[in-house]
Write a protein that binds this ligand. Structure first.
Ligand code: TYD
Length: 209
């Protein structure tokens, strides 16, 4: 089983991914990952991508670096874990490229989809949870966090509006795989809903989760 979490920056998806990992790892072997990263090579690529000094990075190079990081992660970690029968939970995957580089930056969506398929060897998640918050909430949470922003988080409001619209389009295009949860509710409420969705998908009764 391969599960991914998606959402805009500050949506709370990382918290939800962690809660799900903690819950599921009581009963089964879980491989927990984040993108970009997860292998030595992918972590090096992550440093290039998030470095605020790299203002000259072109949109195309940015997309290909995310894809390179993912190509490495799929072959070095994700596929072997799935083959061992583990459940893989990944914080971001190729949907992030479709919405951030495609909808957000405006790169050609056909090219993005083709390269996503190539980079992952057509490995599609069984389930993708999209934790959704309104874009105004990003600003509120950013100022509450009060820390410096990485290169991606420094993008403007219109950018995040397009990213959010991209996620909503994915939910409409692939309703069986990409499911939206409302990220404005309390953490525990969202967690219960995600457990419910996972239980339905895996056919496991929630009490035993
Ligand atoms: P990170 O600090 O891991 O943020 P988050 O906790 O929100 O995932 O930084 C990852 C950043 O990279 C985030 O702004 C989203 C962006 N990103 C893309 O633009 N395209 C991609 O394909 C991926 C995986 C991430």
């Amino acid at each position: 089983m391969f599960l991914t979490f998606e959402g805009v920056d500050f949506s709370g998806k990382t918290t939800q991914a962690r809660l799900l990992v903690d819950r599921l790892s009581r009963e089964q072997a879980i491989c927990s990952l984040r993108e970009p990263g997860g292998t030595q090579i992918s972590e090096r690529i992550r440093e290039i991508l998030l470095d605020r000094k790299h203002l000259e990075l072109t949109d195309e190079a940015e997309f290909l670096l995310f894809s390179a990081s993912r190509a490495q992660l799929v072959r070095e970690v994700i596929r072997p874990a799935l083959q061992r029968g583990e459940t893989v939970i990944c914080d971001r995957y190729y949907d992030s490229s479709t919405v951030y580089q495609g909808y957000g930056r405006g790169l050609n969506l056909h090219s993005i989809r083709a390269i996503n398929a190539f980079a992952t060897g057509n490995l599609v998640p069984d389930l993708t949870i999209f934790v959704d918050i309104p874009v105004e909430e990003i600003d509120r949470r950013k100022s509450a966090a009060g820390k410096g922003y990485d290169r991606m988080e420094s993008s403007g409001r219109e950018f995040f509006e397009r990213v959010r619209a991209g996620y909503c389009a994915l939910c409409a295009d692939e309703p069986d795989r990409v499911l939206r949860v409302d990220g404005m509710r309390p953490v525990e409420t969202i967690h219960r809903e995600i457990l419910d969705i996972v239980a339905r998908k895996t056919g496991i009764h929630q009490q035993s989760l």
